[in-house]
Design a binder for this molecule. Structure first.
Ligand SMILES: C[S@@+](CC[C@H](N)C(=O)[O-])C[C@H]1O[C@@H](n2cnc3c(N)ncnc32)[C@H](O)[C@@H]1O
Length: 109
């Protein structure tokens, strides 16, 4: 990542959370995902966009998907990658995820 890339991304995230007044509902945890899983019990919204290897994708789902409350939302990036498809399949078996159209209007795998 280019120099300052993480700081720029973090500033964008903070603006995204603060400007619409979402800060009271959002907790930002800066930690490796396996450490972070010990720091919260449940969430309404899970966005998985960590390492895309088969191991990392599976680890993120195993550690975090069970923490999403009933009726909560799981968003996962790049669900059609060869390395992420097996993990997505486990979520679909559990009826915990539904795929939808991406920006170009084509269905994800
Ligand atoms: C595909 S990038 C996505 C970054 C960000 N979501 C975005 O859209 O700009 C994946 C990021 O996850 C981080 N990452 C990978 N494995 C991680 C882990 N186990 N714990 C925390 N972060 C991890 C990487 O360093 C990288 O910054």
């Amino acid at each position: 990542m280019e120099e300052g890339g993480f700081e720029r991304i973090k500033s964008g995230l903070l603006r995204f959370v603060e400007e619409p007044g979402l800060a009271p509902n959002v907790r930002i945890i800066e930690a490796p995902s396996d450490d972070a899983s010990n720091l919260f019990d449940q969430t309404d919204y899970l966005h998985i966009d960590g390492g895309h290897s088969m191991y990392n994708a599976a680890e993120d789902v195993v550690l975090h998907a069970k923490k999403v409350v009933p009726g909560g939302l799981i968003i996962m990036d790049d669900v059609e990658w060869q390395s992420t498809v097996p993990t997505v399949a486990t979520l679909e078996i559990g009826r915990r995820i539904r795929t939808f159209l991406h920006a170009k209007g084509e269905p994800h795998a």
